[in-house]
Design a protein around this ligand. Structure first.
Ligand code: NAD
Length: 348
């Protein structure tokens, strides 16, 4: 994290000393302490970028996990951490100058919990995105990357999902908030000339995966000898995308966005292959050398039947080339998982 010399005089504009140290060409990365954000921060810092990371450390899952996620990023002197809420417009206004790109990952994630509390999801994901776009407009930030989701496709019957498919039939509040975020980005491009890139992530997994997501949750249950809840008959399919491949796609999108003046574009970031739920459980159990015990439950509202990305556009315009096979990715996840303290796994 940025070390601030003791002799530095306090800035007079209300910013902290730490904030005043930030140099030009800085990336504002929201949701920096989360699963994807913390990996992305490390990658950007390794490439010489200046990163201001913003995160609320909310309790969707244990904030101690998020503190741990940032251990490596904080070793860089080009990293500044700001603790706060993306909806806090006063805080945004006080962020350090010369931000040339916003990468907006902060959100209430998760399909099923959004059904329990749609108002909170709309508040964080829609109001928060609007506040950040307003920040970008006021500060003349030219480039804005937005973390959208494959969930916007709902139960789209045409596969693989293409960016030009109609996405006006979301089946969860979470999906609706992501679609709303894309619309707000489009509007900001139209009105303010901001180059906006919406990235539709397809079920991301790997080290630090959120503890509420299936692979991580099932690994925890397998390790403790408990039954795995399988919703439906196991035939639902997901395009599981390894975190390193997602990072490669975000890097491509960053180059793409910075290289343009204006314009709105959407990219699918998936592996463009599907794995059935039953197969996912089988591969995970095989790699853990355990026999899974399954508890079958009815299909859950909000869960789509399948996700499957057409990645032609990302291949052509971003040079995106996902390379990590599913079993290989599961092995990397397990190498990390086996070193996690048992008491920090469960979501709250
Ligand atoms: P995560 O929950 O691990 O990270 C999100 C971070 O945002 C958390 O650290 C949280 O504290 C922070 N945050 C939440 N509300 C905030 C607020 N009001 N102000 C500031 N920070 C706030 O989730 P993730 O899996 O890393 O997902 C990152 C982004 O990617 C999210 O926008 C998510 O919707 C999207 N996405 C993720 C996946 C996936 O499979 N993980 C798939 C599709 C889309």
């Amino acid at each position: 994290m940025n070390a601030v010399p003791r002799s530095l005089p306090a800035p007079r504009d209300g910013r902290t000393k730490e904030q005043s140290m930030v140099k030009s060409g800085t990336i504002l990365l929201t949701g920096v302490a989360g699963f994807i954000g913390s990996h992305l921060a490390e990658r950007l810092l390794e490439q010489g970028e200046e990163v201001v990371g913003l995160d609320l450390f909310d309790d969707f899952y244990d904030p101690r996990i998020k503190e741990g996620n940032l251990t490596r990023a904080r070793e860089h002197d080009r990293f500044t951490l700001v603790r706060g809420d993306i909806r806090d417009r006063g805080l945004l206004a006080g962020l350090p100058g010369s931000i040339d790109t916003v990468i907006h990952l902060a959100a209430r994630a998760g399909v099923r919990p959004s059904i329990e509390d749609p108002v909170l999801y709309a508040d964080v994901n829609i109001q928060g995105t609007a506040a950040l776009l307003e920040f970008a407009r006021r500060r003349e930030v030219p480039t804005f990357l937005f973390a959208s989701s494959s969930s916007v496709y709902g139960n789209n019957e045409r596969v693989p999902f293409h960016e030009d498919d109609r996405v006006d039939h979301p089946i969860s509040p979470y999906a609706a908030t992501k679609k709303a975020g894309e619309l707000l980005c489009h509007t900001a491009t139209h009105l303010d000339g901001i180059t906006c890139v919406a990235l539709r992530f397809f079920t991301v997994y790997g080290p630090r995966q959120r503890p509420d997501l299936a692979i991580h949750k099932f690994a925890r249950l397998l390790a403790s000898g408990e039954k795995i809840p399988m919703y439906g008959d196991g035939s639902t399919e997901r395009d599981y995308t390894y975190i390193d491949d997602i990072l490669q796609g975000v890097e491509g999108a960053l180059r793409y966005g910075r290289g343009r003046t204006g314009g709105f574009q959407i990219f699918n970031l998936g592996e463009s292959r599907t794995i059935r739920l039953s197969e996912m459980i089988q591969v995970l159990a095989e790699e853990m050398e355990l026999t899974p015990r399954i508890r079958r439950l009815p299909a859950q509202p909000g869960d789509v039947l399948r996700t499957y990305a057409d990645i032609t556009r990302a291949r052509e315009l971003l040079g995106y080339r996902p390379v990590v096979g599913f079993r290989e990715g599961i092995r990397s996840f397990l190498q990390w998982f086996e070193h996690q303290p048992g008491n920090l796994g469960a979501p709250r």
